[in-house]
Design a protein around this ligand. Structure first.
Ligand SMILES: C[S@@+](CC[C@H](N)C(=O)[O-])C[C@H]1O[C@@H](n2cnc3c(N)ncnc32)[C@H](O)[C@@H]1O
Length: 254
């Protein structure tokens, strides 16, 4: 692992080179048995797909009770992210209220709570939310089991959406994107291909990402086309060649 090759102000991109292998997950699917010679991917409801990811440890981490993947645990990926987000949050007085959309096992979110006025963390997996409630408690912290696509979302000054949309179909991303417009700030993190790519190729919601289609989520591009008042690249961490990069962007909607 190499350190940052250039580091500027918090609103400028910090490029990291991360010489580590990255767990490459496929997508949750069932194989249609209508025609046994032809394997067809059929989508599961997202809550079932995500519950299966955790119960079967499809993102690794068998030694953990719940594991949201290497992106949520490798210090090379988590520490620089926590640093830039902490710097952003700490620049506000009074502090911002934050909603963590798709909080996962909360190894990342737990490090941000103290820099906020209030932190609401939500995820679609009920057992995970119950476990997070037991494991992490703080005066300004609450957990809710919600489906980002179908449930109303808690209000806050800032939404944190880290490596969530990359796992969801365009239909779900579209619905969620409309709800993001209600937050003044959104800190969005996506796993993207190494070089230029056609954004927003559709996938089935589940454990996999658009990387397998050499694509990634861009909320400002068709078919989502969100318009932002301001956009700033906060962090880009390159994985091993061919495994893409983890990119964090600050969006301001009003
Ligand atoms: C790869 S994990 C990332 C977790 C966390 N944001 C982090 O960076 O450590 C993606 C999380 O998004 C959650 N998720 C996916 N689709 C969701 C939905 N529609 N509503 C709520 N949570 C969802 C999953 O259950 C999973 O915990």
């Amino acid at each position: 692992m190499l350190g940052p090759c250039c580091s500027r102000g918090i609103f400028e991109t910090i490029e990291w080179q991360c010489a580590i292998p990255f767990f490459d997950a496929g997508s949750s699917f069932t194989v249609s048995n209508q025609n046994p010679t032809k394997k067809t991917k059929e989508s599961w409801p997202t809550d079932a797909a995500m519950r299966q990811v955790y119960s079967a440890h499809l993102w690794g981490g068998r030694e953990h009770d719940f594991y949201s993947g290497e992106g949520s645990h490798l210090a090379e990926l988590v520490d620089p992210y926590v640093e830039v987000v902490k710097a952003f949050l700490s620049s506000f007085d009074p502090r911002l209220t934050v909603c963590d959309l798709g909080c996962g096992d909360f190894n990342v979110g737990r490090q941000l709570v103290e820099h906020t006025a209030h932190y609401t963390a939500v995820d679609i997996v009920p057992e995970l939310i119950e476990r997070n409630r037991q494991k992490y408690s703080d005066d300004g912290l609450e957990f809710h089991c919600l489906n980002l696509a179908t449930d109303p979302l808690p209000s806050a000054d800032c939404a944190v959406v880290r490596q969530v949309l990359q796992h969801l179909s365009n239909a779900e991303v579209h619905t969620i994107a409309q709800k993001l417009l209600h937050y003044r700030y959104v800190i969005l993190t996506e796993h993207l291909p190494d070089s230029s790519f056609v954004p927003n190729k559709d996938i089935i919601s589940g454990q996999g990402t658009r990387l397998k289609k050499k694509s990634g989520v861009n909320l400002l591009a068709p078919p989502f086309e969100l318009s932002v008042k301001e956009q700033k690249a906060l962090l880009s961490i390159a994985l091993t060649p061919g495994k893409g990069r983890i990119v964090t962007t600050l969006l301001r909607f009003f």
